[in-house]
Design a protein around this ligand. Sequence first.
Ligand code: 5RP
Length: 238
Amino acid sequence: MSDADTLKIAAAGRALELVMPGMKLGLGSGSTSAAFVELLGERVRGGLKVICTATSEAIHEQARGLGIALAPLEELAPLDLAVDGADEADADLNLIKGGGGAHTREKIVAASAKKFVVIADGSKWVDRLGRFPLPVEAVPFAHQTTRARLQAAATALGYGKIPMTMRMKGAAPFVTDNGNLIYDCRFGAITDCAKLAAALSQVTGVVEHGLFVGMANRLILARVGGIEVIEPRTPPRH
Ligand code: 5RP
C-alpha cells in the first residue's frame, strides 16, 4: 500500500467517527471515498444501521457489494452527512472536484446534506485552487459550441486563452454517469473562486463544473505528521 493510500484510509477513518446509528449518508466518489465506504461496510457488518445514497455507479456498486443499505437521494434528502474526497482544497474549503468525473452528482448530494465533510490526503491542500484542471461537464449536443462559450467566459474574466481538453477514456470520449462529456479546463491560479463558479454556471451547455464554493463544513486532511481538521473561515450556506 502506498503512503497516499495509508493517508486516505486515515482520513476516512476519522470521518467514520462522525457516523451515528440511523443516519442518512451521502457517499462520495474516488479512491478516498472508496476507502470510507470500505470502512463503513465493516461497521455495517458489525451491526451499524445507516442508509446511504451514492454519487456514482461505481460507489453504488461497491456499497451494495458490502451490504450497505442504499436508496435514491430523493427518498433520503435531507441527508445527515455527506462524505467525499477532493482534487484540491484551499483554506476557505473551496474545492476542485471531478477528477473521477462524478462532480455533478457529488454536488447535488453535498447540497442535499446538513453536513458536507471532505476527506483528503495532504497532497490535495493548495494555497490557491487551479493547479488541477477544472472539470466541466457538458451535454454532448454541439459541445464544441459549449467549449467556445467556456473560452469566452474565461477570456471575459481575464484568464486569457485557457488549455481545454475533452476527457478521453482510451480512444473514445469519457462519458459521465449522466451521459455527458467532460472538458478539463486549465485556468491556472483561480483568483476569485465564487466569481468563476458563477460565470461557469451561466454557460449554456454546461451541466455542472467542479468548483465547490462555500459548501464544505469540514476538511479532514491526513498528512504524514497527523490528521488536521479544518473548518471554513466563513460558515457554509447550507
Ligand atoms: C470524483 C471526485 C473525487 O472526490 C476526487 O477526484 C478525489 O479522488 P481521490 O480520492 O481518488 O483522490 O471528485 O469526481
